[in-house]
Design a protein around this ligand. Structure first.
Ligand SMILES: [Zn+2]
Length: 216
């Protein structure tokens, strides 16, 4: 675990950035990063805010679920984080926030549209994951099947929050930002369209830059 402190410092910085950007208040959400050994992660424990992460309170958890000695309780999100690392070797970081615009969309049962050129190119689709069949919060049983598709890098949990994954913590955190930004843009678009009596038929059709080059 020669990279342990480096990974802890990166996670502390990412958590602070999410907090400063108001993607996550100091309660709820979670983020984690895989250690270079590939069989263990660093994760924020339960009861520690995004703005309170330190080298001393972050937990090290092995992919088999073994938690290194810690004074803190594991997060209830731990299981879905671990499972994402198990099923996707390409995932080295997971950022999960309860950001308001995206969570609002998901709670209305509406998938956030990838309506900007950036999201079409970088994300493609942000699947909406409904509550568990029992009505409880999503667990690995609902989340992992969606991420079995290796094209999926972002998803939104109804009545809960967002998930961004990536090969680095920075990439996963950017996704948390882009998901929220896109939900905000979608809300403005839909509100302005409704105010001006426009419908989906009035929207331009567009694709990626590669599509445009092909067409041209
Ligand atoms: Zn959560």
């Amino acid at each position: 675990m020669h990279d342990l402190n480096e990974k802890k410092d990166a996670l502390i910085a990412a958590a602070k950035r999410c907090f400063d950007l108001r993607l996550q208040t100091n309660a709820g959400g979670n983020l984690s990063v895989r250690l270079e050994s590939a069989d263990a992660i660093v994760i924020k424990p339960s009861g520690v805010g995004f703005n309170e992460c330190t080298r001393d309170n972050l937990q090290v958890v092995h992919l088999d679920g073994t938690i290194e000695t810690s004074d803190y309780k594991p997060s209830k999100d731990l299981d879905f984080h671990l499972d994402l690392y198990r099923i996707r070797p390409d995932i080295n970081a997971v950022v999960h926030c309860h950001s308001p615009w995206a969570t609002g969309y998901a709670s209305a049962g509406i998938e956030i549209p990838c309506l900007t050129v950036q999201t079409i190119e970088k994300i493609g689709r942000m699947p909406l994951i409904p509550l568990s069949p029992q009505g409880g919060p999503q667990t690995d049983k609902e989340i992992s099947p969606v991420f079995q598709d290796t094209n999926v890098v972002a998803a939104v949990l109804a009545n809960h929050g967002t998930i961004g994954v990536g090969s680095t913590l920075m990439k996963a955190q950017y996704l948390a930002e882009i998901i929220e930004e896109t939900a905000h843009i979608a809300f403005v678009r839909d509100t302005v369209m409704a105010a001006h009596g426009k419908t989906a038929a009035d929207l331009p059709q567009y694709g990626t830059a590669a599509d445009a080059r092909k067409a041209g």
